[in-house]
Design a protein around this ligand. Structure first.
Ligand code: KG4
Ligand code: ZN
Length: 349
């Protein structure tokens, strides 16, 4: 049976990786041939919408139902037989424990059954290495670069010196940036996840209508819980004066929220560039879809001569292809996991 061992890097070999992601509320499986994605199947669990956020217990149950059909579909779409697989890669953490257990147990069993190596993957490392998925239309950052990972579960600035040498320079002390969007949206009566809706309303609103305070946080760390509270107090105060305030000013409120949140992210990025001297910025995570952050990065390219990198949206939101690309690099350097490997809800980079 395969276990942890490191030997000479594997060169000139076709490596077929089946990758599995189940850290939150997306069940996903992908097949990669070397650094190229052959299939990337994602099943988003709709059940959480009616609860206004992810319910961990329901997420694990849904993963259990989805995992076999999703893997089956990924293999069919890739036109790869199980016997052609070189290894199984899976998300070990960070994430919701019940969700991680489903993908971890499935990956371990399949690797054991097929007698092929098992590769454990850190989800945050995967968001970053998603930039290295082979895609003719995309430019690839060179080392070292700064990665800004922004989603419903994460907010981090990471210095990436190599595929496996990453240093977290700053991260959120409380809510993730996606949560700041989603919770602000909830206060405005928008359905979950509110991020894309706030983005849509913001496009036709005035970003300077309602100034919200930016939190004062040392270094490169973030904090969004105070911001959410200031949105709540603002909305409560204004609706007392005018019960139709939100309805009448939705576009301007959303534009102001987005303007503040993007301002917080950009301030920290500028600080990180100043601190490290690195001007290559790669972003990832679901919030990378936001038009405000995309425009701000384009402007920074012109204004500060940064090079910015945004992967295709399907590789920004949670997906197994990004787990597969880490699997590919780990396979090349023969970094395998033993069958005793366990899921880790908190898994630092
Ligand atoms: O990466 P992701 O799909 O899942 C994880 O949370 O890991 O990110 C989902 C988050 C949600 O909070 C959602 O509201 C946010 O990304 N999001 C956006 C936009 N699209 C997705 N936030 C702001 N603007 C968007 N266009
Ligand atoms: Zn994620």
């Amino acid at each position: 049976m395969y276990s942890n061992f490191y030997s000479k890097p594997v060169e000139n070999k076709t490596i077929n990786i089946l990758a599995i992601e189940s850290s939150c509320d997306d069940t996903s499986a992908a097949v990669l041939c070397n650094n190229k994605v052959l299939s990337n199947v994602v099943t988003t669990q709709k059940i959480h919408e009616e609860y206004g956020g992810v319910v961990p217990e329901l997420a694990s149950r849904a993963h259990q139902q989805n995992i076999v059909p999703v893997v089956h579909q990924a293999l069919i779409k890739a036109n790869i037989d199980k016997k052609q697989l070189s290894a199984i890669a899976f998300t070990r953490g960070p994430g919701l424990m019940g969700s991680l257990l489903v993908g971890t147990s499935f990956a371990k069993s399949l690797a054991l059954g097929l007698d092929i190596p098992l590769i454990e993957v850190n989800h945050m490392q995967a968001h970053i290495l998603a930039h290295f998925i082979k895609d003719e239309a995309q430019r690839i950052p060179s080392f070292p670069f700064l990665a800004l990972t922004i989603s419903g579960g994460h907010t981090q600035i990471v210095k990436v010196s190599d595929y496996f040498t990453m240093e977290v320079l700053g991260e959120t002390l409380d809510d993730a940036v996606g949560e700041a969007f989603d919770k602000s949206g909830k206060i405005l009566g928008l359905p979950y996840p509110a991020g894309p809706l706030i983005d849509a309303y913001a496009r036709i609103g005035n970003p300077t209508s309602f100034p919200f305070p930016k939190p004062k946080v040392d270094g490169l760390d973030f904090s969004f819980s105070g911001f959410k509270t200031s949105v709540l107090y603002f909305v409560q105060r204004e609706t007392k004066k005018n019960p139709k305030f939100v309805e009448e000013h939705l576009n301007d409120i959303c534009a102001s929220i987005q303007f503040t949140v993007i301002g917080i992210l950009m301030d920290k990025l500028k600080k990180a560039v100043k601190q490290t001297g690195i001007k290559q910025i790669a972003i990832g995570g679901g919030v990378s879809a936001n038009s405000g952050i995309r425009n701000a990065l384009k402007e920074a390219e012109r204004k500060y001569a940064w090079s910015t990198f945004i992967p295709k949206l399907e590789y920004c939101t949670d997906n197994a292809a990004m787990i597969g690309i880490v699997g590919y690099y780990k396979y090349k350097s023969q970094q395998f996991a033993g069958q005793e490997v366990a899921a880790k809800a908190r898994y630092v980079l």
